[in-house]
Design a protein around this ligand. Structure first.
Ligand code: UDP
Ligand code: GLC
Ligand code: MN
Length: 336
């Protein structure tokens, strides 16, 4: 199917990590639809090329920011003004129907049946179920709708400062008009909400189709032990083992499919002639942002005697001594 697509958004290299895992999870479950990612000028050239290996289309758009610090403060998420950039998804008029998915979502099975739904379909928000959550929704690209949305934003703003407040006011009859436009919660299971209703999760959770890592702490903020394939628990993981198993799933995809792509990028960058590095700012920016990301894994000042402990704690120097190629060499030496 070439006129329908899953669409996501990443305004920076960090959210790209999420977009890549989402894209890979859709591929793993053999979607028959196209994959598109909206990015903004801030995304580095290196991450763009990695995105191109997972997505059919990488589309640059300009940043739309609500700049509404007052409302964003109510959610304690000052960084979410840029989620207005999501509105650009209505401009993808070369598709007749799309499913938007936040970069912090992950599909657990094939969800192509979402395309049987009509605009505007979405699942209830776990915090306010008469609102939909705007992390997963079915829509029809249309410049008319896009312009109406921008006009609406200019006139009324957004009650939460992000796209969700705006979209809920715009598609204001969602709660009552047509139950067919209510996606089951299983298509946008907020991982942090699971522990608020454990019996329901125990009963229905096995049918979950999309998990959404909603909230300020994203999977990429956790530490992961590549050896044990376990997410490090530091007391901040909300409540349950379920949350932990979703996080592990995210990290399994990230380490198996995305890290190798980033390592390849890193290698290509290292083999670039020096002049090229200086002239191509984008390339240098990748090195910066990838190592920035690895702050979560990599201590700034290595203490040699603590190497083993660090490894066991999941503080792994992916780009340096613990790079996959070194690990592989060690394993090969051990096995032969
Ligand atoms: N997003 C982005 N850059 C940002 C913040 C958000 O690209 O700095 C995009 C990304 O697709 C993300 C979505 O906007 O998944 C909504 O933000 P987030 O998922 O952080 O909000 P939450 O679901 O936690 O409320
Ligand atoms: C939400 C949604 C997210 C949206 C944000 C800002 O919690 O999950 O997709 O961007 O609110 O409105
Ligand atoms: Mn989200």
């Amino acid at each position: 199917v070439t006129d329908q697509a899953f669409v996501t958004l990443a305004t920076n290299d960090v959210y790209c990590q999420g977009a890549l895992v989402l894209g890979q999870s859709l591929r793993n479950h053999r979607t028959s639809r196209k994959l598109a990612v909206l990015i903004t000028p801030e995304v580095s050239s290196g991450l763009r090329s990695v995105l191109r290996s997972v997505f059919d289309e990488v589309i640059e758009v300009n940043v739309l920011d609500s700049a509404d610090s007052v409302h964003l403060a109510l959610m304690q998420r000052p960084e979410l003004g840029v989620t207005f950039t999501k509105l650009h998804c209505w401009t993808l008029t070369h598709y007749s129907k799309c499913v938007f998915m936040d970069a912090d979502t992950l599909v657990l099975c094939n969800v192509d049946e979402l395309f049987d739904r009509e605009e505007f379909s979405a699942a209830p928000d776990s915090g306010w179920p008469d609102c939909f959550n705007s992390g997963v929704f079915v829509f029809r690209p249309s410049l008319k709708t896009y312009n109406l949305l921008l006009q609406f934003a200019a006139e009324h703003g957004s009650f939460d400062g992000g796209d969700q407040g705006l979209l809920n006011s715009f598609f204001s009859n969602w709660a009552t008009a047509d139950i067919g436009k209510h996606l089951p919660f299983l298509y946008n299971l907020s991982s942090s909400a699971v522990y608020t209703y454990v019996p329901a999760f125990n009963h229905f959770g096995r049918d979950a189709k999309v998990v959404h890592f909603l909230g300020a702490t994203k999977p990429w903020n956790y530490k992961y032990n590549l050896q044990t394939k376990k997410v490090m628990q530091d007391g901040t993981i909300d409540g349950s083992l379920h949350q932990l198993s979703f996080l592990s799933l995210w990290w399994n995809i990230y380490s198996a499919s995305i890290l190798p792509l980033l390592e390849k990028l890193q290698k290509m960058e290292e083999s670039e002639p020096e002049e090229c590095k200086v002239t191509d700012k984008g390339v240098n920016k990748v090195a910066h942002s990838v190592s920035e990301l690895s702050i979560h894994f990599k201590p700034q000042e290595p203490i040699p005697e603590d190497e083993r402990k660090k490894w066991e704690e999941g503080r792994i120097d992916y780009m340096g001594k613990d790079a996959f190629e070194h690990i592989k060499k060690k394993l090969d030496a051990f096995l032969h």
